[in-house]
Design a protein around this ligand. Structure first.
Ligand code: SF4
Ligand code: FES
Length: 321
């Protein structure tokens, strides 16, 4: 076991735990944001640099501070380590720069983007970004691409976090998409615009932190804050069948995996549950889904919906009475 202090709070974790996971075990503000790391995807993390922290004491044996900021998702804790996240001016300033870099090419099309309201980049830029951009260059743009008949790739919004590539590598068999080219020209592609024809390909949508990969069966149907997420399950021979279904009125608009407080899917679900089961009768409904992470949909207002009271003439009060 290793004892580590993060922003003045001590926690004891197993050896081999990353700083990010140690911070998550404390929870709250102490936890650095993460745009590319994903607990269930092996080898994820290390791409986006949003999780940078300052290590002010390396360990009990070697107390020297680490000279540079380190990515907390890839750096293991040491016994006696001291880490600064929200208490480090350097880390907060660097994070501002990272957000600015992520937004250099990301379009500000939130008003028309399906991810708005549950977009990690939107939340990140409000929580950790600056107010201005210094970039005067045109943002790079791409044509929209279909990845199969149910998923649309809007590469213009992609932040190259590699999560979807890891899903394709680790959850589906026969991966036919990845990152091609490098630097400014890097893009997610199916190489020859192959359809991703696999039972679990829809999970790429759930792991995408921005609106680059969207569900074509849900696109433009509703803003997410007008929908009501409910936990539901069904007997499925391909996955656990445990999902969140999103209602508008009595219609099931979309089906997604269940996400935890870090916005990570608890169990990956199959495409049949996700795309083909859109009738209420397909599901056993368990109850409202609590959205605990910081987001516009976490107000959970839908849980206590009251019918509007019936209007009676006597209720009208004259303004001057
Ligand atoms: S498409 Fe989404 S999940 Fe894939 S690399 Fe881009 S941002 Fe990440
Ligand atoms: S979450 Fe650590 S580098 Fe992206």
């Amino acid at each position: 076991m290793a004892k580590v202090i993060i922003d003045g709070i001590e926690v004891e974790v197993e050896d081999g735990t990353t700083i990010l996971q140690a911070a998550r075990s404390i929870g709250g503000e102490v936890t650095p944001p993460a745009m590319c790391y994903y607990t269930k995807l092996e080898g994820s993390g290390g791409y986006c640099r949003t999780c940078l922290v300052e290590v002010s004491k390396g360990s009990e044996k070697d107390p020297r501070p680490m000279p540079k900021l380190v990515p907390s998702c890839r750096t293991m804790v040491q016994d006696g380590m001291e880490v600064k996240n929200t208490t480090s001016e350097r880390a907060l300033e660097a994070r501002k720069g990272v957000v600015e870099m992520l937004l250099v090419n990301h379009p500000l099309d939130c008003p028309v983007c399906d991810q708005a309201g549950e977009c990690d980049l939107q939340d990140l830029s409000y929580d950790h970004g600056g107010y201005n951009t210094r970039s005067e260059f045109e943002r790079r743009t791409f044509e929209k691409q279909d990845i199969g008949d149910k998923i649309q790739l809007h590469m213009t919004r992609c932040i190259l976090c590699y999560r979807c590539v890891k899903v394709a590598d680790q959850i589906t068999d026969g991966r036919v998409h990845g990152v091609i080219n490098r630097g400014d020209a890097a893009e997610i592609s199916t190489y020859i615009k192959n359809a991703v024809d696999n039972d679990f390909s829809g999970n790429m949508i759930d792991v995408c932190p921005v609106g680059a990969l969207t569900d074509k069966t849900f696109r433009f149907k509703s803003r997410v804050w007008f929908t009501k997420p409910m936990l539901a399950h069904r007997d499925c021979d391909k996955c656990s069948g445990k999902t969140t279904i999103w209602f508008k009125g009595d219609d099931v608009l979309r089906v997604t995996g269940r996400k935890d407080e870090w916005n990570e899917v608890e169990e990956f679900i199959c495409n049949t549950c996700r795309f083909d089961k859109k009738k209420v009768s397909d599901w056993t409904i368990e109850g409202p889904k609590e959205v605990s992470r910081s987001s516009v949909i976490s107000a959970n207002k839908y849980k206590n919906l009251e019918k509007p009271k019936e209007f009676k003439l006597n209720d009208i009060k004259r303004l001057d009475s």
